[in-house]
Design a protein around this ligand. Structure first.
Ligand SMILES: *Cc1c(COP(=O)(O)O)cnc(C)c1O
Length: 376
């Protein structure tokens, strides 16, 4: 059997163990310490905006805290991009709130601003104004932020920006994660950089960061004994994990460049293959190309490619199954155009790790070219 090619595997830089060792040597083996502070500062320096960052133990925890800080309560409605990973939507339920799923547009595959406004107007007409909007920069492609921000301001609805897949991407020169009232990042094992597992909440106000850390560390009141007047969570990042993050931040730019080079390679190789289409960057959009995705003419062709790759021990994956199609979410209000249904049916994510070798890339492309020549 040939060696396995993964969709997106961790890619260690080199300094991670130095920071982790420092944590052991100084006995900062706890969910606080110099690596946590250092990692938060590294993220801030990278985002380059007037923001406040709280390191947490997952991106999902960051979305949950963002909803709490946006004062989402039981029965409230929260608009959520349907074309995403379930972690964007799950925290809505942790708050006992109700999701309203909005479809994507074809230029970025992210939330369609026209459908978003239509949804808001219709929910208000039905008697309930949504209290937050969760948009996603899926696969590292920024959403149409100008339009979405102006809608969020026009109706006075909090914007939560799920940038879990988009660290390093920019829109009109501004880093993804810094547009919303809250931005969220993820450092899970498959993301563009990883801490093995972790996340961060990006806030506009220092009070929000302070409140996030308070809630993430069990909501302890200021007293010598343990006293609590609010429900807390155990969501803070550990100082060990943050050490990995500090090492990874040093190579983030390289990782973005490597993923973008993968995209360019695939695109060149398939430039004369009409059955394989790519998502292009509109003017002013800069994707980190976390995953390179292709769009084929049909489900059958998509599956032929996927199965041929699987036979060669190469991992690929259909695009995210939209939330409105998920058994657990399919009874909630939706505002749909068919875009995400179509993408789910015909789209495939190709191996996209920053650690793929040239040989890996040629093996993948050759496998696809053979199956396309034979079967299509
Ligand atoms: C990975 C991911 C998350 C969740 O991040 P975790 O750190 O795994 O909790 C949320 N949203 C999207 C779009 C993601 O891809």
């Amino acid at each position: 059997m040939k060696n396995k090619i993964w969709l997106s595997s961790p890619h260690i830089g080199g300094k991670e163990q130095k920071y982790v060792k420092e944590a052991f040597d100084t006995n900062w083996v706890a969910p606080l310490g110099p690596n946590v502070n250092g990692f938060e500062k590294d993220i801030l320096d990278f985002l380059g905006n007037e923001r406040y960052v709280a390191a947490l133990n997952s991106g999902t925890a960051a979305i949950h805290l963002a909803l709490i800080l946006a004062k989402i309560e039981r029965g409230d409605e929260v608009i959520c991009q349907s074309f995403t990973f379930s972690a964007s939507a799950n925290p809505i339920f942790y708050q006992g709130a109700i999701p309203v799923f909005v479809d994507s547009e074809e230029k970025t595959w992210n939330m369609c601003p026209l459908l978003l406004e239509e949804a808001i107007i219709d929910r208000i007409k039905k008697g309930k104004k949504p209290k937050a909007i969760i948009i996603v920069h899926l696969y590292g492609m920024p959403a149409k932020m100008n339009e979405i921000l102006s809608i969020s301001r026009k109706y006075g609805i909090a914007l939560i920006e799920d940038a879990a897949e988009a660290l390093g991407a920019t829109y009109k020169g501004q880093k993804c994660g810094t547009f919303g009232d809250f931005g969220i990042l993820s450092f899970n094992g498959n993301k563009i950089i990883t801490t093995s597992g972790g996340g961060a909440l990006v806030c506009k106000k220092i009070e929000d960061k302070q409140k996030a850390i308070f809630l993430a560390t069990q909501a302890r009141d200021n007293a010598v004994h343990y006293q609590h007047s609010e429900i807390g969570y155990n969501y803070r990042m550990s100082n060990i994990v943050a050490g990995i993050g500090r090492g990874q931040m040093e190579v983030l730019e390289d990782r973005v460049n490597a993923r973008r080079a993968n995209f360019k390679f695939y695109k060149n190789e398939f430039s004369n293959v009409s059955q394989i289409q790519f998502l292009e960057e509109p003017d002013g959009f800069y994707s980190n190309r976390w995953l390179t995705c292709i769009l084929t003419p049909s489900y059958e062709i998509r599956e032929n490619i996927r199965l041929a790759l699987e036979k060669e021990n190469i991992e690929s994956r259909p695009l995210w199954k939209p939330m409105h199609q998920q058994p657990v979410f399919n009874k909630y209000p939706t505002y749909m155009s068919g875009t995400s249904d179509n993408l789910f049916e015909k789209g495939l994510c190709l191996p996209s790790g920053s650690n793929l070798s040239k040989e890996d890339l040629f093996r993948i492309v050759t496998t696809i070219k053979i199956i396309i020549g034979d079967k299509i």
